[in-house]
Every structure is written in structure tokens, then in C-alpha cells.
Design a protein around this ligand. Structure first.
Ligand code: SF4
Ligand code: SF4
Length: 228
């Protein structure tokens, strides 16, 4: 899932300071699971904004709504009318969600309330960690299901640097060296030979940005350039 965290309150407050009617818009999918932008977080932020406005004697109306997904037009459409009645939208969706809402409400300021951080897993209750950078050329098969792109601090694809200290990465913190993890995983699987191959080359052209994909089943003959 996409993992995000709420921006600092002061930054959010500053971003909406010129508006008198703001819709705080949550997203019920990834950012809800990571407790950053779901219905509950919308309620908490809206309350905090109202209380702060009261204390500072500012005239602002804060409205609330949470839709299932902000990255999907069909879920945004039902709240368009409500949104158009506001001066700005404070989106608690991920960066993709904010952009689609902004695209559908082009004349309206759509402001991000979150910082989108990574694609990750739930490690423990209330803790998430990065596992994938959506590189478009997955090498997990070679490296025992451990991603060097996302989990090595330097994104090294051809083996460890010299900075491994007792299994930890020199980049600091408590981070395990991804390449040591890869070594032990491949050893368990009897596939250490994978590491003896010449330097792994990545095809960076596979994920030119902005990336786009269309499922074949939805490819019309016209789009595919097929003449009838
Ligand atoms: S190799 Fe690329 S696609 Fe595969 S997990 Fe790592 S970043 Fe994601
Ligand atoms: S110590 Fe390991 S994880 Fe850290 S940068 Fe070097 S190879 Fe990557």
C-alpha cells in the first residue's frame, strides 16, 4: 500500500489561511490503513482546525467528507457538487489522489494535507516500512524476494557497498543491510549462485515517467491502431 503521513499542523493551517470554506477530503483506502487520511483522521484534523480558528477568532467553515478512493474518478464524482460549494479542498489522499481531485476541479485550489512517503507493508500495528519503489523492472526473482532498489539505502543493484557494519547499513539508524538480507535469503534457498552473475543491469527505460498502462481487455481497436 501507499504510506503517507500528515503534514505538520502549522503547514496545513498556512496552506488554507486565505480560504473561508474548506472541505477536508479523506480517502478510505491506503492512507486510511496507515492512519493518515481516513475518515477518523479527517474528523480529527477538521476538529483541530475549527478549534484553532475559534482560538484565533478566524471566520472559517470546515466541512468533512471521505470517499473510498481519491485515485478513481467514479468515487470523486459524487462529491463534486459539495466540493464546488467550497473555496478550497484540503485533500488527505496520497499524491496521486490529490492530483486527480485537482484535475476534476480545475478552478479550485486542491491542497495536500499529507506527505506521501512510500509503497510499503504493515510491519507491526502502527508501523510500516518501505518495500517497493515501483521501478517497473522487478528483480525480486533474482534476489530472493528482497528488493535492493527500495531496501538498500543506495539502491545498489549489483551487490553491497563496503558500509555494512555488523549487518546494519552505514546510512544509519537501525536499518538492516539489504544485501546481507539478500545473501542469507538466497543461502537458505540454495540459490547463492545468483550473486555470482556479472553485475546486474537494470533497464531504467522500462519506467519512463510519467508511467502509464492500459489493460489489454480495455484496449479498443481504435486505440491499438487496428483497422477493421
Ligand atoms: S525491484 Fe522494482 S518493482 Fe520490484 S520490488 Fe523493487 S522497486 Fe518494486
Ligand atoms: S550497507 Fe548495505 S544497505 Fe547500506 S548502502 Fe551499503 S549495501 Fe546498501
Amino acid at each position: 500500500m501507499i504510506v503517507a503521513e500528515r503534514k505538520p499542523f502549522e503547514e496545513i493551517k498556512e496552506s488554507i489561511k486565505d480560504y473561508r470554506k474548506v472541505l477536508v477530503l479523506g480517502c478510505g483506502t491506503c492512507v486510511s490503513v496507515c492512519m493518515a487520511g481516513g475518515e477518523k483522521e479527517v474528523g480529527l484534523l477538521a476538529t483541530e482546525l475549527r478549534m484553532n480558528a475559534g482560538l484565533e477568532k478566524r471566520d472559517i467553515e470546515i466541512m468533512e467528507a471521505t470517499i473510498q478512493r481519491q485515485c478513481d474518478k467514479e468515487y470523486i464524482e459524487p462529491i463534486l457538487e459539495q466540493a464546488r460549494g467550497c473555496e478550497a479542498i484540503l485533500s488527505l489522499g496520497c499524491g496521486a489522489g490529490v492530483q486527480l481531485v485537482a484535475e476534476m476541479l480545475e478552478t479550485m485550489p486542491v491542497l495536500p494535507g499529507l506527505n506521501t512517503r512510500f509503497i510499503g507493508i504493515t510491519e507491526a500495528e502502527g508501523a510500516w516500512s518501505e518495500r517497493c519503489r515501483a521501478c517497473g523492472d522487478c528483480v525480486l526473482a533474482t534476489f530472493g524476494g528482497i528488493c535492493p532498489v527500495a531496501r538498500c539505502s543506495k539502491g545498489l543493484i549489483n551487490g553491497p557497498c563496503g558500509g555494512n557494519q555488523g549487518g546494519k547499513c552505514e546510512a544509519g539508524g537501525d536499518k538492516d543491510c539489504a544485501w546481507e538480507l539478500i545473501y542469507h535469503r538466497l543461502k537458505k534457498q540454495g540459490r547463492l549462485a545468483n550473486l555470482r552473475k556479472t553485475a546486474q543491469l537494470r533497464n531504467y527505460a522500462t519506467n519512463a515517467h510519467p508511467a502509464r498502462q492500459v489493460n489489454e481487455a480495455y484496449q479498443t481497436p481504435e486505440k491499438a491502431g487496428v483497422k477493421s
